[in-house]
Every structure is written in C-alpha cells, then in structure tokens.
Design a protein. Structure first.
Length: 160
C-alpha cells in the first residue's frame, strides 16, 4: 500500500476548508447586519439612521408635551386641597342633653394655606353651620378655639 499525496488534492481540500470558513463568516456578518439595521424594510444603513432620527424627533415631541402637561398638573395641584384636619368638640359643656362631641370644625387648605374652615354647632333642636375663608393660615373673621386648632393642624400637614 503506497499512499501518495497528490499536491492538487491538498490544495483542493485547503481551498474547500477556506471557502467553508469564509461562508460561515459571511452568514455571521449578515446576521449582525440584520440586527444592526432597524425596521423591516431597511435595506441599508441610511434608512436605519433615518428611522432612528424620526423616532428621536417623535420622542422629543412627546417629551415637550409631557413637560407642558406636568407644568399644568403642578399648577392645579398647588391650588387643590392638600390638608384636611377635623376637631370634634362639645360647645355646650356642662349642660344636659347637649349631644356630646357632635360639633366639629374642619379646615381644608391648599399648599399656600388658603382654603376654608367649616364648623358646625350641634344641639338637639338645631344644627348651625359656619364657613370662614382662610388666607395664608389666617381669616379676616374671628375664629373659635376649635377652628384655630383645625387650621393650625392643617397648616402643619401642608408644611410637612
């Protein structure tokens, strides 16, 4: 048995291996390029960059809309009621059939301490309801001790 190596056969095998390796590299590069190119109809890098630029423009427009919306929400939030405190009390201490602690004073304040204090005086025969405006934690009308306490406690909630 005499094995002789034909040099053309060796060259053919080496070239075949080189072609297989190069074909595998081309397939791998093609897959990487497909991942890099964006969009289903993208054929080249220019289209992908254009698609990214369009998406970026849409995102910037959305960002502008959201900033405007959040500014509006912040303005409305500052005006909304942010602190509520209720004080229950008995305005007729020492009298019989006074109804217990059914009377109350409730303060409703926004971020700047502006709002209203609503109070009721409960008696068996009648219920009286009072409303006094509050500006920066104070009222131009005289407040009862319970109303002052409700406003003071609500102001503490606004500041914390």
């Amino acid at each position: 048995m005499n094995f002789t190596i034909d040099p053309t056969m060796v060259i053919f095998i080496v070239l075949a291996l080189a072609i297989l390796i190069l074909a595998a590299m081309v397939v791998q590069l093609h897959n990487r390029l497909r991942k890099f190119l964006i969009g289903t109809s993208s054929e080249n890098l220019g289209e992908s960059i254009s698609s990214v630029r369009t998406s970026l423009g849409e995102l910037e427009a959305f960002k502008g809309e959201m900033e405007s919306y959040l500014t509006t929400v912040e303005t409305r939030l500052r005006k909304s009621v942010q602190a509520v405190h209720t004080v229950r009390f008995n305005p007729f201490k020492g009298t019989t059939d006074s109804g217990g602690n059914q009377s109350f004073a409730t303060a409703f304040l926004n971020e700047s301490g502006t709002g209203v204090v609503i109070s009721t005086l409960y008696a068996r025969e009648r219920i009286s309801i009072f409303s006094k405006p509050i500006t920066k934690g104070a009222s131009e009308y005289e407040l009862s001790l319970e109303e002052k306490e409700a406003v003071t406690e609500a102001m503490k909630m606004v500041k914390s």
